[in-house]
Design a protein around this ligand. Structure first.
Ligand code: NDP
Ligand code: 8X3
Length: 281
C-alpha cells in the first residue's frame, strides 16, 4: 500500500513538474495559447494555421476528431505548434464544462478565445421552418458560445488579461428572406459581444467580433445538408471571401497594441454590397 501511494505521489509530482516546465517554456519563448472552437473546417481551420504561424499553441475543438488529429499533426510538423484537442459538441453543456475542468494546468492560461463554431441549418421561410434546425442553430451558435465563454472568461479575469473574438456575420447586421433564425443567432452574437465587452473591459480583457459576408467554406454545404449543387450556386458568378481572408482579419485584431480594442471587422466580398445586393457576372 505504501509503495502504491508513493507511486501515485511521484506521478502527481512529475505531472505538476511537467506542467510547470511547459508553463515556463511558453513564457521564455513568448508563446501564447488560443482556443478556437470549430477548427475542423473553414474559417476555424484557417485561423488555426494562421495563429500557429504566429507563435500560438492551440486548443482546438470540433466533433470530427479525425480532422482535429490530422490538423494537430500538420501544425506540429509545419509550425512546431503544440496542439491540445477537445473533441466535443458545443451544444453539450456538460461536455464543454467537463472538458474545461479537466484541461491540463499547462493549457489553462488561455490568451485568446475564438468563438467560431457555428452553422446555418436550412434556408426556409419561418412558416415552413424545421424546428430541429432552429434548435441546432440556437444551441450551437448562441448557447455553445455562452457555455465556453463563461469558464474561459473567469480564467482570464483571474489573470487580468485575455481576448475573446466572436464570429458574427453580415447576418448579425441584416436579416434576409428565409434566414430569420440563423440571422437571429448572429444578432444575438452582436448583443453578447457588446455585453461581454462591457462586463470584461474593467478586467483588461479585450472583446472583438468579425462579421463576414459570403466566405467559401463548408458553410453552404452544411446549410443545404450536403446538396453540392445548391451550395455551389451561392458563390456562382462572384469571388467570395476565403477562410484565409478571415484569418488575416483575426491576426490584425490580435496584433494591435495593448490599449487598442478592435470592436468589429465587418468584411464582405467586393461583389456583396449587402444581403440583398449581390452582383454576379
Ligand atoms: P464550416 O462549416 O466550414 O465550419 C464550421 C465549424 O464549426 C466546423 O469546424 C464544425 O466542426 C464546427 N461546428 C459546427 N457545429 C458544431 C457543434 N455542434 N459542435 C462543435 N463544433 C461544431 O463553416 P465556416 O467556417 O464558414 O463557419 C465558421 C463560423 O463563421 C460560423 O460561426 C459561421 O456562422 C460564421 N460565418 C460564416 C460565414 C460564411 O459565409 N461561411 C459568413 C459569416 C459568418 P465539426 O463539424 O467537426 O463539429
Ligand atoms: C453567413 C453569411 O449571408 O451567407 O453568416 O448568411 S450569409
Amino acid at each position: 500500500l505504501i509503495n502504491w501511494s508513493k507511486s501515485i505521489q511521484t506521478e502527481y509530482l512529475s505531472r505538476r513538474f511537467a506542467n510547470f516546465a511547459i508553463y515556463k517554456y511558453r513564457i521564455l519563448l513568448m508563446r501564447k495559447i488560443a482556443l478556437i472552437t470549430g477548427a475542423t473546417a473553414g474559417i476555424g481551420r484557417a485561423m488555426a494555421m494562421k495563429l500557429a504561424d504566429n507563435q500560438y499553441d492551440l486548443i482546438l475543438t470540433g466533433r470530427r476528431v479525425e480532422l482535429l488529429t490530422q490538423l494537430k499533426t500538420e501544425l506540429g510538423i509545419k509550425c512546431k505548434s503544440d496542439v491540445h484537442i477537445l473533441n466535443l459538441d458545443m451544444r453539450d453543456r456538460k461536455a464543454v464544462e467537463s472538458a474545461l475542468e479537466n484541461i491540463p494546468a499547462a493549457w489553462r492560461n488561455i490568451d485568446l478565445l475564438v468563438n467560431n463554431a457555428g452553422l446555418a441549418a436550412g434556408l426556409a421561410p419561418l412558416q415552413n421552418g424545421d424546428i430541429d434546425d432552429w434548435d441546432q442553430m440556437i444551441d450551437t451558435n448562441i448557447k455553445g458560445v455562452l457555455y465556453i465563454s463563461k469558464k474561459v472568461s473567469q480564467w482570464m479575469i483571474e489573470r487580468k488579461k485575455g481576448h475573446i473574438v466572436n464570429l458574427s456575420s453580415i447576418a448579425g447586421k441584416e436579416t434576409y428572406p428565409a434566414g430569420a433564425v440563423y440571422c437571429a443567432t448572429k444578432h444575438a452574437i452582436e448583443a453578447i459581444t457588446q455585453g461581454m465587452r462591457i462586463d470584461l473591459a474593467p478586467y483588461g480583457i479585450k472583446v472583438s467580433s468579425i462579421s463576414p459576408g459570403m466566405v467559401n467554406t463548408e458553410f453552404s454545404l452544411v446549410r443545404f445538408k450536403g446538396d453540392q449543387k445548391k451550395a455551389d450556386a451561392v458563390y456562382e458568378g462572384l469571388t467570395p471571401l476565403s477562410a484565409e481572408d478571415i484569418a488575416e482579419a483575426l491576426l490584425f485584431i490580435v496584433t494591435r497594441p495593448p490599449h487598442v480594442n478592435i470592436n468589429d471587422i465587418y468584411i464582405t466580398p467586393l461583389a456583396q454590397a449587402g444581403s440583398a445586393h449581390v452582383f454576379r457576372k
